[in-house]
Design a protein around this ligand. Structure first.
Ligand code: ZN
Length: 230
């Protein structure tokens, strides 16, 4: 065990627990399913297990699953449906801003702040796992974009197009700069990612996340410019 494995992934406190990333609720449970899920050491304060934002994101991802059998559909029925039945508050948080169309389909407006909170935590864990020290906001800013979600804002569409171009270019021309990871697989992939960090933890880092083959998010951990005194 190295020194870093005993301190929290977010602060200098001694770790007393483990944080799963992605959260456990994203994975199927069951006998004989001995999934090797990734964890980082965590203090009590920074353990995000059972966060309501985890459930919120999972609900929105899985609602887009087709009606046919799939891991996302199964997860929805197992993990989200009972909660919808039990908690009117959870149901209204999901249904807020929903639009129903004449053909029976619908669209949901998501609370991007809650998505961002989820992806902040996931990136902090990925960062610690990869580099062995906590993510430091004074060196990097952190922003996420969600190409799967419908957007009208031209600025947002521009960011997406730029990122898609940049990542496509790196995949094609500098494949060694892309590190791929796939979480414990159960028939289908629950979660996978690609990390692009050409100069390591000190530079800008781009992370492409994929869930159930349905949902994609891109996290930008951008190196802040050093102060320059002229
Ligand atoms: Zn901590």
């Amino acid at each position: 065990m190295t020194k870093n494995q005993r301190t929290c992934y977010r602060c200098a406190a001694t770790a007393t627990t483990k944080e799963h990333f992605p959260p456990r609720c994203f994975f199927p449970k069951g006998e004989g399913l001995n999934l090797q899920l990734k964890t980082v050491p965590s203090c009590k304060e920074h353990n995000n297990d059972k966060s309501s934002d985890d459930q919120y994101l999972l609900a929105h991802i899985c609602m887009n699953a087709s009606k046919g059998p799939s891991l996302a559909r199964e997860t929805f029925l197992r993990s989200i449906s009972p909660q919808l039945a039990r908690s009117p508050k959870f149901t209204s948080s999901i249904a807020e801003g929903a639009t129903h169309f004449a053909d029976g389909t619908g669209s949901y407006r998501v609370d991007v702040g809650r998505f961002d909170n989820f992806f902040d935590h996931l990136c902090w864990a990925l960062y610690f796992d990869r580099y062995g020290h906590p993510f430091n906001e004074s060196n990097h800013s952190i922003n996420h974009t969600y190409p799967t979600l419908h957007a009208d804002d031209p600025g947002e569409l521009e960011v997406r197009a730029f990122l898609a171009g940049m990542i496509g270019n790196i995949r094609q021309n500098h494949p060694k700069q892309v590190v791929s990871y796939e979480a414990a697989k159960v028939d289908e992939s629950v979660y996978s990612n690609e990390i692009v960090d050409p100069i390591g933890s000190d530079g800008s880092i781009t992370i492409v996340h994929r869930f159930y083959g349905l949902f994609e998010a891109i996290s930008m951990l951008s190196r802040k410019w050093p102060r320059i005194y002229a």
